[in-house]
Design a protein around this ligand. Structure first.
Ligand code: FMN
Length: 194
């Protein structure tokens, strides 16, 4: 197949997660949809979230240095899209979405009860990159609904039903196709060994 060279290359990695990040500062609470987020390190557990400075949430996170990452399910897609297209500068998104906000740990932003998985994080480094600023954050506390938890960090994704995001389109993860380290060996002879 011929490979087409794309002009103006973009950061086209997909799918990426879809998260609802709750943040609070000075009695102002907000929720922002974020997909430019990912794992940076397992131990210590570090993630990044990349947020444009013009977002209302930006200054809340910049000042509080704490976030709660909520993992929404496919059944919360309308709310996800709403929180990603409406600014908390003018609208109370918690009330609009009728989210019940619960406190999981003192001094952290409240979590969205409807979401099944939550990461409470401390921001320790901020990198201005251009359109987005990356907040590097350590996961300090993790909560998951008990019906989604098997144990030893194994989760039932068919219950969590996370939303995958691929450049303006939402997808569900409909089918498990394999297990890490358990797939069939693909080489048959010793000629490939170094
Ligand atoms: C699926 C989705 C993913 C998004 N990901 C990001 C992101 O990673 N970073 C960002 O700055 N904005 C992102 N946005 C846009 C913000 O969520 C949107 O501008 C929102 O209205 C900002 O809210 P705020 O002004 O209340 O902070 C995303 C929107 C959607 C719908």
């Amino acid at each position: 197949m011929r490979k087409i060279k794309i002009e103006n290359p973009k950061a086209s990695l997909y799918p990426v997660p879809t998260t609802l990040i709750s943040c609070t500062y000075n009695n102002q609470e907000n929720i922002i949809t974020v997909s430019w987020t990912g794992i940076m390190c397992s131990n210590p557990p570090i993630i990044y979230v990349a947020i444009r400075p013009e977002r209302y949430s930006y200054s809340l996170i910049l000042n509080s240095k704490r976030i709660c990452i909520n993992i929404p399910s496919i059944y919360t897609l309308n709310e996800v899209d709403f929180c990603g297209n409406t600014t908390g500068k003018f609208v109370n998104k918690e009330l609009s979405c009728r989210f019940n906000m619960i406190s999981l740990m003192d001094d952290y932003p409240k979590a969205i009860e409807l979401c099944k998985h939550h990461l409470l994080c401390d921001v320790f480094q901020i990198i201005e990159l251009g359109s987005h600023t990356a907040f590097l954050a350590e996961v300090k506390h993790e909560f998951i609904d008990e019906d989604c938890f098997i144990g030893d960090h194994q989760f039932m994704y068919d219950k969590i039903q996370p939303i995958a995001y691929c450049r303006k389109e939402y997808y569900c993860l409909s089918k498990k196709i394999g297990i890490y380290g358990k797939q069939k060996t693909i080489y048959k002879d010793k000629s490939v060994l170094k």
